[in-house]
Design a protein around this ligand. Structure first.
Ligand code: 5GP
Length: 214
């Protein structure tokens, strides 16, 4: 399904957060794959690539001095330290997408989400993805087999704190069934794009309607 692109449409920053393992990555990647006018913001991170991850696809993998230099030069729209690693959303590709009339999707933690909300409140929509239970989350993280048990248990312990941020988000989806969660996510995205204020092309369109003879 594609949504309507109009000249003069205001781009949307669509921000998703969740504890890792709650399915946010699969949901966000599918939303981007299904919408040609939605670009994914690829973050820079100092964390090491996991098996199967490719530089420039999941993340731009950089070392700490490179990350710090980028932060120093104000090259991030937002950045934060998450689980002892640094993550940041490079500003330039985001600005290019918005200038080209694209929307941008972010897969970032609550600190980054709230910092974008503070900086550009009118053009941001935030969605939090929750797992159906912590037990389910633990199962998913072990099944994914990308991290050591110690790392997984550390993340689960922090999840309890992270999910307290749920009520700062515009929307919350409980990802019990992938297809249902995806349908909810797509509905949110489509409805948000249709908001009047995001469609300034309606003003000349209305002028045209008014100018028509009855
Ligand atoms: P992971 O290491 O599991 O890929 O990601 C760990 C956490 O960092 C996730 O919650 C993810 O959403 C978050 N994250 C990824 N990129 C960014 C970013 O650019 N900024 C912020 N603030 N968080 C990010």
């Amino acid at each position: 399904m594609t949504t309507h692109a109009h000249p003069g449409r205001r781009g949307l920053l669509f921000v998703m957060s969740s504890p890792s393992g709650a399915g946010k990555t699969s949901l966000s990647r599918r939303l981007v794959a299904d919408h040609a006018d939605l670009d994914l913001s690829i973050s820079a991170t100092t964390r090491a690539p996991r098996p199967g991850e490719k530089d420039g696809r999941e993340y731009h993998f950089v070392d700490r001095p490179t990350f710090d230099a980028m932060a120093q030069k104000n090259e991030f729209l937002e950045y934060a330290e998450v689980h002892e690693n640094c993550y940041g959303s490079p500003r330039e590709p985001i600005m290019q997408s918005l200038a080209a009339g694209q929307d941008v999707l972010f897969d970032i933690d609550w600190q980054g989400a709230m910092s974008i909300v503070d900086n550009v409140p009118d053009d941001v929509v935030t969605v939090y993805i929750l797992p159906p239970s912590i037990a389910d989350l633990r199962r998913r993280l072990y099944a994914r087999a990308q991290d050591e048990a110690e790392v997984i248990e550390g993340r689960l312990a922090r999840t309890k704190e992270e999910i307290l941020m749920w009520d700062r988000y515009d929307y919350v989806i409980v990802n019990e069934d992938f297809d249902m969660a995806y349908a909810e996510l797509a509905h949110i995205y489509h409805a948000e794009r249709l908001k009047r204020a995001r469609n300034p092309w309606l003003i000349p369109f209305m002028d045209g309607l008014q100018a028509e003879e009855v």
